[in-house]
Design a protein around this ligand. Structure first.
Ligand code: ADP
Length: 184
């Protein structure tokens, strides 16, 4: 089962992706986490993307696409996975579609988590993960980037009839049940 979990910053993608990963026993691939780990470990990739993540901007498509493709070729992803934070631009979505086609595989579902903007900002400010991009100003940039560059990805998958909208307001458990019943 190949699933994309999609939504604005603060929608709860990472939380739900982890639960899905445990429930279905498939790996969770978060591009944001890969970048944060690379920054922490001061790898070449980390050095390249530090200022981009700090600013709340997007890492260039070529870098992200190459990284995701390389990762998804690993054995552990062969039976399925949950993508969190990718694709984030239409160019990334197209590159991913081609990658799937090359592999003779298909996407099972595109889960859209819907949360009102005001709640997104409150959630990020109160989650206190200590991320350098979690200040009020950076959150505004990330939301703007989301509306301008990432939202069109939803239309892209709408055209393929894969989008499942989930109400992302409520307890973690309730939202998870909604996702599970939609998938089943
Ligand atoms: P959030 O959804 O809360 O913004 P993520 O962990 O998904 O958090 O992403 C954090 C940051 O990592 C983004 O603001 C961006 O700089 C970078 N990033 C993650 N995934 C991508 C991607 N697919 N394309 C470009 N940049 C990305």
């Amino acid at each position: 089962m190949r699933i994309i979990i999609f939504g604005p910053p603060g929608a709860g993608k990472g939380t739900q992706a982890k639960l899905l990963s445990d429930a279905y026993n498939i790996p969770h691939l978060s591009t944001g986490e890969i970048f944060r780990t690379a920054i922490k470990n001061k790898t070449d990739l980390g050095k390249k993307v530090t200022s981009i993540l700090d600013a709340g901007e997007l890492v260039p498509d070529e870098i992200v696409v190459a990284l995701v493709k390389e990762e998804l070729k690993k054995e552990k992803y062969h039976d399925g996975y949950i993508l969190d934070g990718f694709p984030r631009t239409v160019a990334q979505a197209k590159a991913y579609d081609n990658f799937l086609k090359e592999q003779g595989k298909s996407l099972y579902a595109f889960i859209l988590l819907r949360v009102p903007q005001k709640e997104l900002i409150d959630r990020i400010l109160s989650r206190g993960e200590g991320r350098s991009d979690d200040s009020e100003e950076k959150i505004k940039t990330r939301l703007e980037v989301y509306w301008n560059e990432t939202l069109p990805v939803q239309e892209h998958y709408q055209e393929q009839g894969l989008v499942e909208e989930i109400d992302g307001v409520g307890s973690v458990e309730d939202i998870f049940s909604r996702i599970k019943s939609t998938l089943e």
